[in-house]
Design a protein. Structure first.
Length: 495
């Protein structure tokens, strides 16, 4: 591979790129139930793309030379603060995504602890097992120890008393979700806020996926637990625009109760030979496009537009839950409070699953739906995730009928479950003691062996086999297998 000696002409170039995209999921139309967010309004997309392109070249590294970006950011933060019922002291920053927002909250907590508690050498943060991996990633990057606590396996929410039991004098931060990705429920934020105040702790509420839509669901009459800055004790929040505010990817926000906490997020460097660096987020040079597009979409759609999209989304969720109730082999996990739903297998009299949900995921793919597999963990069984949005409603009847068919097919001709001998073997493996050849063999066994050009193939026969193996692996082994897989997947093609 090398840069072509002569540049391609535009038509050939885009023709080649379109061919690369042949197997990509559809981003619009509502058949993809994770990763992409379709408001069901092409005009929103048009506005977002226009602003994205018009500002893509401006650099948010230095707002003094691109003052429009400073203005956009302060106004976007202001709108979000009102949406999340924050007072005039609440401040924040636009970030590149939910993970960056959550990681910034961890960094701020760590740097604040370093300043206020210089003798604390091994800080910890307490998370429910349902908290997004972004917090574990933040802990890993910023050297904070994670203490995870279980959640109730019926409601999928953390019990404040269990959380209180995990907090000690090393704790610098508590986290709750509004809503959790896996089950779409809100943790008991008011009780956790009281705990945070009592123990004088920072408390982050992760509203990355739920924070934007929940206030609309409340206005539509849903019983939404208080989860935002109206709750005393909440000190920071994250909320993504690139999910249910339907902005282009690269658009999220972290908010703090006041600037004295937010100060710890900022980074400045004058001690070098070049331009002065002052960064609000991870990135230094960053396109102004996503921020401009967020400002544009919020102002274009408006509150009434978002309420309308939320009403269609809520109607779709209700229809999906009711439809799944008519399929005896499937059940909804917990009581979804936002627009995310997890479907798992019902159990038979002996306690065995009635259907293999990973098998159902693959069969749905043949019916041209992408529904997302989620592995079992900490009492939460293997399940199918659906992110419901503004384009979902008209598709629900067809979705439910195809689920019915896919379940019937998976019951009639199930893909074989993981071999018990393999399960036993995997359970006993220490990932740190395995060599490259053993990982090659394990990946081969999972159906993702080496490809002809030296990399690793993407699975083309469905993912049920891989998921079955990952589902029975202890988490450290599954994590290591995933790393080994990606380490083989991302390799340049050989000539
Ligand atoms: C609750 C929650 N937090 C954080 C994230 C991470 O967001 P991103 O994928 O934008 O980094 C997600 C993503 O779905 C999420 O659902």
């Amino acid at each position: 591979m090398r840069i072509p000696a002569k540049g391609m002409d535009e038509a050939a170039l885009f023709g080649a790129m379109a061919a690369y995209r042949e197997h990509d999921l559809d981003t619009k139309g509502g058949r993809t139930w994770a990763y992409v967010y379709d408001p069901g309004r092409p005009d929103v997309d048009r506005i977002a793309k226009r602003a994205l392109v018009e500002w893509y070249d401006e650099n948010a590294l230095d707002p003094t030379v691109f003052p429009s970006l400073l203005r956009f950011e302060n106004e976007v933060v202001g709108m979000a603060r009102t949406h999340l019922r924050g007072g005039p002291d609440v401040v924040g920053h636009f970030t590149s995504g939910g993970t960056e927002s959550c990681m910034m909250a961890v960094k701020s907590a760590r740097d604040r602890a370093r300043e206020l508690r210089p003798d604390l050498d091994r800080p910890t943060m307490v998370l429910p097992v349902t908290a997004h991996p972004a917090f574990h990633k933040g802990a890993h990057y910023f050297d904070v120890e994670v203490v995870t606590v279980p959640v109730d396996t019926t409601t999928w929410k953390v019990d404040p008393e269990v959380m209180a039991g995990a907090v000690d004098d090393r704790t610098i931060l508590m986290v709750a979700s509004a809503v959790s990705y896996a089950h779409g429920v809100v943790d008991p934020v008011p009780e956790l806020g009281a705990l945070a105040l009592e123990r004088d702790l920072l408390f982050h509420v992760d509203g990355c996926i739920g924070g934007f839509v929940l206030p609309y669901f409340r206005r539509l009459g849903e019983p939404v637990t208080d989860f935002d800055f109206s709750v005393p004790g909440v000190t920071s929040m994250s909320m993504d625009f690139h999910k249910y505010a339907y902005c282009p990817k690269g658009a999220s926000l972290v908010l703090y109760r006041d600037a004295s906490i937010r100060r710890h997020q900022l980074y400045a460097k004058a001690a070098w030979t070049g331009y002065t660096v002052i960064n609000t987020t991870f990135q230094s040079t960053k396109s102004g496009g996503p921020l401009a597009a967020t400002w544009a979409v919020l102002n274009y759609v408006g509150d009434d537009g978002f309420l309308d999209i939320a009403a269609r989304t809520l109607a779709a969720r209700k229809e999906i839950v009711a439809g799944v109730d008519t399929i005896p082999e499937l059940e909804v996990m917990g009581t979804p409070e936002s627009n995310l739903v997890a479907l798992t297998s019902a159990t038979g009299p002996g306690g065995a699953d009635l259907v293999n949900v990973f098998d159902v995921v693959d069969r749905m793919r043949t019916h041209r739906w992408f529904v997302q597999p989620q592995l079992g963990f900490a009492g939460s069984k293997a399940n199918i995730h659906l992110s419901i949005g503004g384009a979902s409603l008209p598709l629900v009847p067809e979705l439910i009928e195809d689920f019915r068919t896919a379940v019937a097919e998976a019951v009639a001709a199930p893909t074989p479950a993981a071999d018990p001998a393999i399960v036993e073997l995997l359970a006993g493996l220490d990932p740190d003691a395995l060599d490259a050849a053993t990982f090659d063999a394990l990946l081969e066994g999972a159906g993702i062996g080496a490809s002809a050009d030296g990399g690793t193939d993407l699975p083309d026969e469905g993912t049920a086999g891989i998921n079955a193996i990952l589902d029975v692996c202890p988490a450290p082994l599954a994590e290591r297998l995933l790393v080994e897989y990606f380490n083989r997947l991302y390799v340049p093609p050989r000539d």
